[in-house]
Ligand binder design. Structure first.
Ligand code: GDP
Length: 300
């Protein structure tokens, strides 16, 4: 995975240095942990997450529970793999559907994070599975947003609910509320509500997102975050957690070539699971997130 190319290489080098060791001394472990720490920090993983991660690796590598059937390099790889899975959330967490349709999914995140694209990806993915999603344009901030969602809906072959063009700015809370009624009438079993983002965390945007959340009581609130956002990931994720109390995370732009530390930080920082990953601009560049598969890709 491009986002983790450099991190993967650095970890591989670290493990290679252990291959000739017959047994791990405390100083071998310390040296290794130091290299892992640097590699993670250079990949823009948040400091608190790095500290916790390396603390666990060190403790386990020095502890009695190492797998004696493995050589030292394999032991460290196994521990790092398990700890990576842990910071990525452990078990896979699937999208939750309402017992009684429609399932309401709200998207929140900064402008440019990839919400609108995700709306298309998610609706296409759901439609393939026999669902009848409705995309809702509750991003009335940017003049282009409604049009863009229309394009995405058409590409995905799904229905859209949007205010009439030329009707002024409109009230996104009302649009969101009306869309749920409409979905009931038209028998859409999933409603995906795209909300407005700003370039940075903004009180007004957050208040609006919170109002929409309150008005439609979603089954899932997905926080969409660009994996290349770097060290801003921590503050952005915390602000959205406080502002809209999201239920899950979607990582986007995992195909990018920048450092993808956000991907490794956000579940751990917020305690919310990563549910999907976005890996390109096309509507099919999208997958359910599996912590174990992601860890394997990083360690490949
Ligand atoms: P929004 O402002 O949050 O709705 O973001 P958009 O959906 O408009 O996406 C912003 C830009 O990022 C667009 O140019 C998208 O094509 C692009 N984009 C979205 N997701 C991905 C992704 O997973 N990978 C890449 N490379 N680009 C993406």
């Amino acid at each position: 995975m491009a986002t983790f190319g450099n991190l993967s290489d650095r970890l591989a080098d670290t493990f290679k240095n252990l291959r000739t060791k017959g047994k791990l001394s405390a100083s071998d472990v310390d040296g290794t942990v130091r290299e892992i720490r640097r590699a993670l920090l250079d990949a823009d993983v948040a400091l608190d997450v790095v500290k916790e991660f390396t603390g666990h690796v060190r403790e386990r590598a020095l502890g009695d529970e190492v797998n004696k059937a493995l050589n030292p390099a394999q032991q460290v790889v196994q521990i790092v793999n398990e700890e990576l899975i842990a910071i990525l959330g452990g078990q896979q967490r699937r999208l939750e559907f309402a017992k009684k349709p429609p399932t309401i999914i709200m998207l929140a995140g900064l402008q440019g994070a990839g919400k609108t694209t995700l709306a298309g990806k998610l609706s296409k993915w759901l439609a393939k599975d026999g669902h009848t999603p409705l995309l809702v344009a509750a991003d009335l901030q940017r003049p282009n947003a409604v049009t863009q969602l229309g394009v995405v809906a058409e590409q995905a072959g799904v229905a859209i609910f949007a205010p009439e063009p030329g009707n002024g700015v409109g009230d996104p809370v009302q649009v969101a509320r009306d869309s749920i009624k409409y979905a009931g009438v038209k028998q859409h079993d999933v409603v995906i509500v795209d909300t407005a983002g700003r370039l940075g965390v903004d009180a007004e945007m957050m208040a609006q997102a919170a109002k929409i959340r309150q008005a439609i009581n979603p089954d899932e609130v997905l926080f969409v975050i660009d994996a290349m956002i770097g060290q801003d990931a921590v503050n952005t994720a915390k602000a959205f957690q406080e502002g809209v109390d999201f239920t899950g995370v979607v990582l986007t732009k995992l195909d990018g070539d920048a450092r993808g530390g956000a991907a490794l930080s956000v579940a751990s920082i917020t305690g919310r699971p990563i549910i999907f990953a976005s890996t390109g601009e096309g509507l099919d560049d999208f997958e359910a997130f599996h912590p174990d598969r992601m860890a394997s890709r990083i360690l490949d």
